[in-house]
Design a protein around this ligand. Structure first.
Ligand SMILES: [Zn+2]
Length: 353
């Protein structure tokens, strides 16, 4: 397991007392957001502030490091995406993202709405500078109490209405839990997608929104029918993306994540967005603002792959040329993103050695 050379120096041992600073006030409720955590299952939930503070059981987001030391580590997420370094990381190769799974289930765990897939052909992704093949585990959402500010990451200071996280683990591990336990800096790959609210009804969200109306109460789940392939919720075309090394944005904030944030936002209808704000927490309050405040960047590099910029600026002739370079994946209708590199220069070197 290694890291991109340009980023390898970003991986440093945990620094005790390296407390992350909040660089932006998201909202009062975020600052007060609290959680519960079951070590065995790595579960947590954002709970009612008054309720939790009365109980004295749960720490506010900025106090997470007191209970979970890693939350105060030097490679925490989310961060503001700015001051980026251009890079060409090569195309992503999505496999079986377009296949309709046998079952798709949405659940409300009191902290987020999560979508899981039951399928014989698990979606996998490689390329795009990822150090290996990654298996899709689940996708979930972060959102705010208003349709303007709800993403965890910000793009040059701009906060989007929602953020969707597609969580993958490296295929060398059996499952997500094992990947976390490894504590390897690239054990998990999360794809973050910004969502922008539209006044239109966006059909791609239909099935999910309908199922969401059945999981308003925490600790409930409902099938998404018909089962929706995960490719449905990817941007419709190639997107520039950002890459950095960070952490889970919920306790225990494990610093095991290769982050990929796609620049092109996915539209969602206002009426559809509202369905997320109807969900409830364990404490019986509205489940909203499940957003961790921005964390200190601590000198980490953010790579920015803009090869699609060139593509978009080119005329049709150049476009055809570019298309020829695309390597199709047998049996997969989802296109690879970006031009194929003759050599794959992104061999990753040892992270902490
Ligand atoms: Zn997330």
């Amino acid at each position: 397991m290694g890291l991109h050379p340009a980023l390898s120096n970003q991986i440093q041992p945990r620094t005790a007392g390296n407390k992350a600073t909040e660089t932006e006030k998201v909202s009062v409720s975020v600052a007060l957001a609290a959680f519960s955590f079951t070590a065995a299952q790595h579960q947590f939930s954002y709970e009612n502030n008054a309720f939790t503070s009365q109980l004295g059981l749960f720490a506010a987001a900025e106090d997470w490091p007191l209970e979970f030391p890693t939350c105060g580590g030097g490679r925490q997420s989310p961060i503001d995406l700015s001051g980026v370094v251009p890079a060409d990381l090569g195309p992503f190769r999505f496999r079986d993202y377009h296949r309709a799974p046998d079952e798709v289930t949405v659940s409300n765990n009191g902290q987020t709405s999560m979508v899981t897939f039951s399928t014989r052909k698990t979606p996998r992704v490689s390329g795009g500078g990822l150090p290996g093949l990654y298996v899709l585990d689940q996708l979930h959402f972060h959102w705010g109490s208003n349709p303007y500010r709800g993403s965890e990451h910000t793009l040059f200071g701009f906060r989007f209405p929602m953020e969707m996280h597609m969580v993958h683990f490296n295929s060398k591990f059996e499952n997500f839990t094992e990947a976390l336990a490894s504590e390897e800096p690239t054990a998990v790959a999360v794809f973050g997608f910004f969502l922008e609210v539209s006044k239109d009804w966006i059909p791609i969200w239909d099935n999910l929104v309908r199922a969401l109306s059945h999981v308003k109460e925490p600790d409930t789940e409902h099938p998404v029918n018909p089962p929706t392939p995960p490719s449905r919720w990817l941007p419709t075309g190639p997107s520039r993306f950002y890459r950095y090394y960070g952490s889970l944005t919920t306790p225990a904030c494990d610093q095991v994540v290769v982050w990929t944030l796609f620049e092109t936002p996915i539209p969602i209808g206002l009426r559809q967005w509202e369905q997320w704000n109807r969900l409830r927490t364990m404490a019986g309050t509205k489940l909203t603002n499940n957003i961790r405040p921005l964390q200190a960047r601590n000198g980490r590099k953010i790579l920015y792959d803009d090869c699609f910029h060139c593509f978009r600026d080119n005329k049709a002739k150049r476009k055809r040329k570019w298309r020829k370079k695309i390597v199709p994946i047998a049996g997969d209708s989802w296109p690879t993103w970006g031009p194929v590199q003759p050599t794959f220069p992104w061999d990753f070197e040892s992270p902490t050695a």
